[in-house]
Every structure is written in structure tokens, then in C-alpha cells.
Ligand binder design. Structure first.
Ligand code: SIN
Length: 524
């Protein structure tokens, strides 16, 4: 749809599950909503999601209390319990809303939704579509729904920065497909720009996952937290293809086993992801192996239960009925982001955030499997309901509560981080710089880190920044500049967090330290 010049009530940045759930609901509620996205609507990380959506859609033995407990346990003391309560209570209704909008999930012959088991869940509660093509189906349904509304859609528009006037966000600066810079203004702006797997050389995330939303929030002085917690998915196929083909956690839920070089089992396959990835990294180090193995040879009906994975493997010449599949951890999900209250309002009036770009406290130090699509649906919708109800600014709830207490009182649960962001004034090829940054992050700030490696990362990131062109030069320059900005915050947070917790493992501080049961916040 061609852009129309109509005053907007809400501008959504990004077209994944959080952004489109919000846009569709906003149109339903009579808001004039615009969506801006840097590629085509479908070009999002949501499309790549496999396993499914965790939500309590069956009774005993499952319950929302159990889903809450599993999520809190996976988050290792850093979840906001109230935010998780909202997630698990409102999640089932949002899944049913999505079904009503046309999303088709897998069912048994009696029509009952099929539920899968994944790591960290006490019981099977993950709904899925097309076996392990859940993201594709959700994106298809939401794109169809958003195109059917009177929403203004701008594809191939790269948002370079937030526009802040008199202490509030009033819109965004965009670089359009013709290379023209202009502004799109709206009284309320929802950042739903996704994550940043492209920080690392080995990732399951598509090329678009360049941390644009978090980086522009950092530049605008908006509070950002928990960025040291990058979740590495244990079972990315070890292969040259990038992004790495994911072998869904649902495979392990169905009984696939991890084996080391000698064929030995070495970890509980259904432990939370941080535990499994750490055990794999240690085993690979001990055995000087580049990868380990996923043994799915015992799985009945692989190709009917997981048709997309089976087709992918066949193209690569692998037969899961006979071959063990080479796997290694890959960067998968940014657990932190723009700090919000329980309605998704950020510290900057007029700016909201939902989905992977946000830190509403539901993931803590390590996200529970299949809680990410759920997070986008629940909190994208909450933003819209708040805007429609006339809410106009942050409240002291959720992770934002600790930041909105008066400055002179101690802020429980928060440590302020001072980060010196390097200026970007160079003229090198941004694609080449992105690759160098990815190598740096993987080598010095990856699954395991220590003070020396992180200090080396700081030095190298600063040197890359000097060579990076200005963000406004081109989308490619902007993406690399955004990655460098986010990498800078990440390594400072990782250096400051002198403990191991969830997705953050320090070789020099292997224990979890109760003194660090707090959020590290930039722009606090
Ligand atoms: C997977 O299918 O293993 C990925 C799902 C998720 O990231 O939660």
C-alpha cells in the first residue's frame, strides 16, 4: 500500500510478531496506525521462529502457575514476576485471537491443538504450525491481517533515529528506498524492531537482525538493560550456511539426544538453553571439537512431524533417520533491550517497546524456550490497549519501577552503567566492518567471556567504530553503526557483571553472585 499522508495515532517500527500484532489490534480499535519496516513486511526474525508458542491451552497437569514457575526458573532471578504473570495469564487469549485472525496451528485428528515439550518446560505446552514452521505461519496470518486494514504501510524505509522534541518522542527519521531522509511523525511510537543476532559470526538470525531499535534508543538516552544476556541456541546445524539452519528444540522435546565426539551423552537435553549451550561449549573445548552431534535417529515420523526441517536436511544431504546431525550453539536471542513498564511504555514519553527489542522483564537472564513469540503477542497488544485508553507516558511498574523512584533514594535492583559510545566518522565498507565485528564478538564476547577477552573486545570495537561511516550514509552503514553501538553497551555490561548467570558466563567468575541479582541499565 502506498504511504498516505494522514495524521497517525500510532507509528509501529518493525513488522515481526510484536509490531504486526500491535498494528492489527490498533486498526481494530479505530486507531490510525502506520507501520515502517526496513525490508518487506515478511522479512523479519519472526519468520525464522520454529518450535512454537508456549501458552497454557490445556488443563491438568499444566497451569499458568507452572508456566510462571518455569519462566522464572529459566530467567535465573532476573525476571520481573509481575511481567511474567501478565505473560502467562494473557498469553492463551492472544494465541486464540491469532487463530481467530486465521493462523493455523497443528491439531490431532480430533481437532485438539498438538502440544510439544521443550527445554525448561515442566510439561508439553508449545503450540506449533507446519511442524516447526510456526514463525512462517504467524507472519503469514499477521501480514494478511495488516494488509486488510486501512493501516499505512511503508516497506523499505530504514528508521535511522528517533525524533525527540521537548523530552518526548514525536516520530522517527527515515531513509527511504530512494536514499531520501525524511521524518514520519506520530504522537505515539512503538519500537518493535527485533533483536541483534548479527552481532555474532554464528547466528540463527537473519541479516536484518542488527539491533537497530536498541541502538537508536541508546542514542536517544532511553533506558536499556540486560543486553549482556544473549541467548545461544544449543542446536544450530554446524554448516557453512548463515544464518545457521536451526534444529528446533522441539526435536529434543521429542527425544533427540545430544552426543559428544565419542557418542557419549553429557547433558540433560531438556534443561534450559543456557545450561545446554554451556555444557556443549565446555565439551567442545575439552574435546577440541568444532561441533557435537544431535542424534534424532530414534524419532518416529521425523518427516511428518518436522517436514520443513526434514526438507532442509535433505537438501544438505543429511538423513536424520540414519545420520547424526552436526550441531553447535549459535547466537539466537537478545534477552534485554529497551526497559519498559508493564504496558510497554519506555522511559521516554511517547516511545513504547515490545518484542525482542524490549526489556519488560519476562526473560531475565535467559529466555524460556518458545516464550518469545508469546512475548511479542502479549506486550504488542498491551501497548495498543494502553494507547487506545489514553495512557501517555511511563508508570512505575515492571522493570521501569526501579528507575522511576526519586534519584536520591537508592534504586533497588538496578545498577547504572556509564558507557562511552564511540563516534563513527570513517569511510570503510560497512559490510566488511560488520564481518570484523562479528568475529570480534564471537571470539571475545561469545558464550564464555572473561575480563581479558572483554577488554580486548572493547579495544577492537572502538577501532572498528573509527572506520565506520556515519549511520545516515546508507542502510548498510546504519546497520553496522547500530551493531557497533549495541556491542559497546554489551561488552561494558558483560565486564561489569562479575558473575555467571543465565546466558552470561564469565570464566573468571563462574558462580552466580546474589549481589548481582540486579539489572545493569544504560541511560538509567
Ligand atoms: C526452537 O524451535 O528451538 C526455537 C524456538 C525459540 O527460540 O523459542
Amino acid at each position: 500500500m502506498a504511504p498516505v499522508e494522514q495524521p497517525l495515532d500510532l507509528l509501529v517500527i518493525g513488522s515481526g510478531v510484536a509490531g504486526l500484532s500491535a498494528a492489527v489490534l490498533a486498526a481494530d480499535l479505530g486507531l490510525v496506525v502506520g507501520v515502517v519496516t526496513k525490508g518487506q513486511l515478511e522479512q523479519t526474525t519472526t519468520r525464522w521462529a520454529q518450535g512454537g508458542v508456549a501458552a497454557v491451552l490445556s488443563g491438568d497437569p499444566d497451569s499458568t502457575d507452572l508456566h510462571l514457575a518455569d519462566t522464572l526458573a529459566a530467567g535465573v532471578g532476573l525476571c520481573d514476576e509481575k511481567a511474567v504473570r501478565v505473560l502467562v495469564d494473557e498469553g492463551p487469549g492472544r494465541v486464540l485471537d491469532l487463530i481467530a485472525r486465521g493462523a493455523v496451528f497443528d491439531r490431532d485428528e480430533t481437532g485438539k491443538l498438538l502440544l510439544a515439550q521443550e527445554g525448561g518446560h515442566s510439561t508439553a505446552r508449545v503450540v506449533h504450525a507446519g511442524g516447526a514452521a510456526t514463525g512462517v505461519e504467524i507472519e503469514r496470518a499477521l501480514v494478511a491481517a495488516v494488509k486488510a486494514t486501512a493501516t499505512e504501510l511503508r516497506e523499505n524505509h530504514f528508521v535511522t533515529d528517533l525524533v525527540v522534541e521537548d523530552g518526548r518522542c514525536v516520530g522517527v527519521q527515515v531513509l527511504d528506498q530512494h536514499g531520501e531522509n525524511h521524518q514520519v511523525r506520530a504522537p505515539q511510537v512503538l519500537l518493535a524492531a527485533g533483536g541483534a543476532g548479527q552481532l555474532f559470526a554464528v547466528t540463527t538470525n537473519p541479516l536484518e537482525a542488527t539491533g537497530d531499535g536498541v541502538a537508536m534508543a541508546l542514542r536517544a538516552g532511553v533506558a536499556v538493560a540486560d543486553v549482556e544476556f544473549v541467548q545461544f541456541h544449543p542446536t544450530a546445524l554446524h554448516h557453512d550456511r548463515m544464518p545457521r539452519p536451526l534444529l528446533s528444540e522441539a526435536l529434543r522435546g521429542h527425544g533427540a539426544l545430544l552426543r559428544d565426539r565419542d557418542g557419549e551423552s553429557f547433558v540433560d537435553e531438556l534443561a534450559p538453553r543456557d545450561v545446554v549451550s554451556r555444557a556443549m561449549t565446555q565439551r567442545m573445548f575439552d574435546q577440541e571439537a568444532e561441533h557435537l552431534w544431535l542424534d534424532a535417529t530414534g524419532l518416529a515420523s521425523f518427516s511428518t512431524r518436522f517436514p520443513t526441517i526434514a526438507a532442509d536436511l535433505e537438501k544438505l544431504g543429511l538423513d536424520p533417520a540414519k545420520d547424526w546431525l552436526p550441531v553447535a550453539p549459535a547466537a539466537h536471542y537478545l534477552c534485554g533491550g529497551v526497559v519498559t513498564d508493564l504496558q510497554g511504555a519506555s522511559s521516554l514519553p511517547g516511545l513504547w517497546a515490545a518484542g525482542e527489542v524490549a526489556c519488560v522483564g519476562v526473560h531475565g537472564a535467559n529466555r524460556l524456550a518458545s516464550n518469545s513469540l508469546l512475548d511479542g503477542m502479549v506486550y504488542g497488544a498491551r501497548v495498543v490497549e494502553a494507547v487506545a485508553a489514553g495512557k501517555d507516558g511511563p508508570e512505575a511498574t515492571g522493570p521501569l519501577a526501579a528507575l522511576l523512584t526519586p534519584q536520591e533514594t537508592p534504586r533497588p535492583g538496578v545498577k547504572k552503567l556509564s558507557v562511552c559510545f564511540p563516534a563513527m566518522t570513517g569511510s570503510d565498507d560497512p559490510q566488511g566492518l560488520r564481518k570484523e565485528l562479528q568475529q570480534t564478538m564471537t571470539r571475545y564476547a561469545g558464550v564464555v567471556r572473561n575480563e581479558n577477552s572483554l577488554t580486548e573486545a572493547v579495544t577492537r570495537i572502538n577501532a572498528l567504530a573509527v572506520r565506520c561511516p556515519k549511520a545516515t550514509d546508507s542502510p548498510a552503514a546504519a546497520e553496522t553503526a547500530n551493531l557497533i553501538t549495541l556491542a559497546t553497551a554489551l561488552v561494558v555490561a558483560a565486564l561489569t557483571r562479575q558473575e555467571s548467570r543465565g546466558a552470561h558466563t564469565r570464566q573468571d567468575f563462574l558462580a552466580t553472585d546474589p549481589a548481582f541479582a540486579l539489572r545493569l541499565v544504560v541511560n538509567a
